[in-house]
Design a protein around this ligand. Structure first.
Ligand SMILES: CC(C)(COP(=O)(O)OP(=O)(O)OC[C@H]1O[C@@H](n2cnc3c(N)ncnc32)[C@H](O)[C@@H]1OP(=O)(O)O)[C@@H](O)C(=O)NCCC(=O)NCCS
Length: 162
């Protein structure tokens, strides 16, 4: 497995990972209407384009297994992890762990004191495993439907704890 930057033309593969991760993995923890709001079964081309533009702007990292993109995640300048998705085809094989190790190392390199994310129910045990604590329960509206998540934060302890 290796973690690398997104390649040109690869964002549609990330959309496929996102859609499968929501509709297969996260669907275990949310009602069908919440999943439909988060990632509709059908995506019109314009919606795909908007998603791709947004995710490209996040400069995500891709976890590649045997030459195939298996998951992706990003780290923004302010410590926000906006997207964190692993394909259900590669679930529980350490892909998420490798991505998280990469993000946390990068955050320390950048001198960030904390990283944070709005974490789905499905991903909360995973984030907790990597030192994140819940700082708030949230009930954001997605396409008019409540899709609860938790704001989670991991303190990095500054530059001295390498
Ligand atoms: C959360 C997610 C990224 C984890 O990816 P993954 O590659 O399957 O995770 P890993 O295999 O690296 O898991 C590492 C450890 O995290 C913990 N973990 C991962 N998934 C877990 C789960 N569903 N329940 C409990 N612990 C879990 C375990 O300790 C695991 O180690 P183990 O498999 O040896 O027990 C993935 O399940 C996912 O994409 N979920 C759906 C999308 C989503 O909700 N994304 C987050 C939006 S904020």
């Amino acid at each position: 497995m290796r973690i690398r930057a997104l390649r040109p033309g690869e964002a549609p593969a990330l959309l496929a990972i996102f859609r499968a991760a929501v509709r297969v993995t996260a669907a275990r923890d949310y009602a069908p209407e919440q999943i439909q709001a988060w990632s509709p079964a059908q995506w019109p081309p314009a919606q795909c384009e908007r998603w791709i533009e947004r995710v490209r702007a996040l400069h995500p990292f891709v976890a590649e297994v045997d030459g195939v993109a298996a998951g992706y995640a990003d780290l923004q300048e302010d410590g926000l992890i906006d997207h964190f998705y692993v394909s259900p085809d590669y679930a529980r094989r350490g892909v998420g762990a490798a991505l998280m190790a990469h993000l946390l190392a990068l955050a320390r390199e950048r001198g960030l004191v904390a990283v944070h994310s709005n974490v789905s129910r499905s991903a909360q045990p995973f984030f907790a495993r990597f030192g994140f604590d819940v700082v708030a329960q949230q009930r954001p509206l997605v396409r008019g439907i409540e899709v609860p998540n938790a704001r989670m934060r991991a303190l990095l302890g500054g530059r001295d704890d390498h």
